[in-house]
Design a protein around this ligand. Sequence first.
Ligand code: EAX
Length: 320
Amino acid sequence: MPPIPDVSGSVVEGDDNDYKLKFSIGTTQSGAQYRGLEYFEKIVEARSDGHIQVELFHSAQLGDDLQAVSALQSGTLEMTAPSTSPLVNMFPQFAVFDLPFLFPTPEIADEVLDGEIGDSMLDVASSNGLVAIGWAENGYRQLTNSQTAVDSPDDLSGLKVRTMQNPIHLDIWRTLGANPTPMSFAELFTALEQGVVDGQENPWITIQSSRFNEVQGYASETNHVYTPFITLVSERFWNKLPENYQQLLVDAAQQMGVYEREVSRTLNDQIKQELIDDGMQITELTPEQVATFQQSLSPVYDEWREQIGGDLIDAIRARS
Ligand code: EAX
């Protein structure tokens, strides 16, 4: 794992008050996301000279993704960083990240997240009691299941696949012939263990850090969707902070985002290999097999293009 960088930058002057900041996420302590949070904590505590005390929570200890967002809105939690997908009802613009195969490389994802499109989404998401201050990543999603090796949509027939709480993801798996069920991430391990669902999809690092491989024998390297994490602050907490501390959080979120993406990408292939070594049967798809998935999913684009914005989709595609 890339080591946590040293904290750079001088101490920021706040006011005479001390602040407590609880930061809660849905993924576990052994994932890339938590590692990013540890860096965030280190920056904020050092640069506020201890006047902002950060306390980290993982594994949905303070609620699943949607519950954590509500807690920010009501001011009982200060920060969280969910995948964008469960928030699409609140922020329809995020739906662009749910379209299959739209972000062929991490570099293109970065250009979008760190450029005008990402900035305007942070603006949009800074509403409803939330202040959005940065991007990190969950990454490229891979399918796992307990039943069978999958290398084509035909293998998915009737397979019960858990999806995020998001209408495009539901549409994707229905279109591929599976039997999708939306569910919060916090409920997922138990649902897989008890056979309520046969499969799920998440990046390798999330699959391993959530121990899904213990209850899923098969995986396919589909890379079908790229999922960002959005870093959110409670507006109630934000408004209590002096401006210098607001800026400190923005800077720390930015540094966390760069580092967390580096961790996530550095570990991706290594973790895939570890999953294989631990007995998971991983199917690597040929470009032709990927193309079959892609073609099967063209109705999803037809269905959502207008609502998401054809110009936006084309602008992202033009980068490939
Ligand atoms: O935010 O729900 C999911 O599968 C997400 O990828 C996970 O919660 C990380």
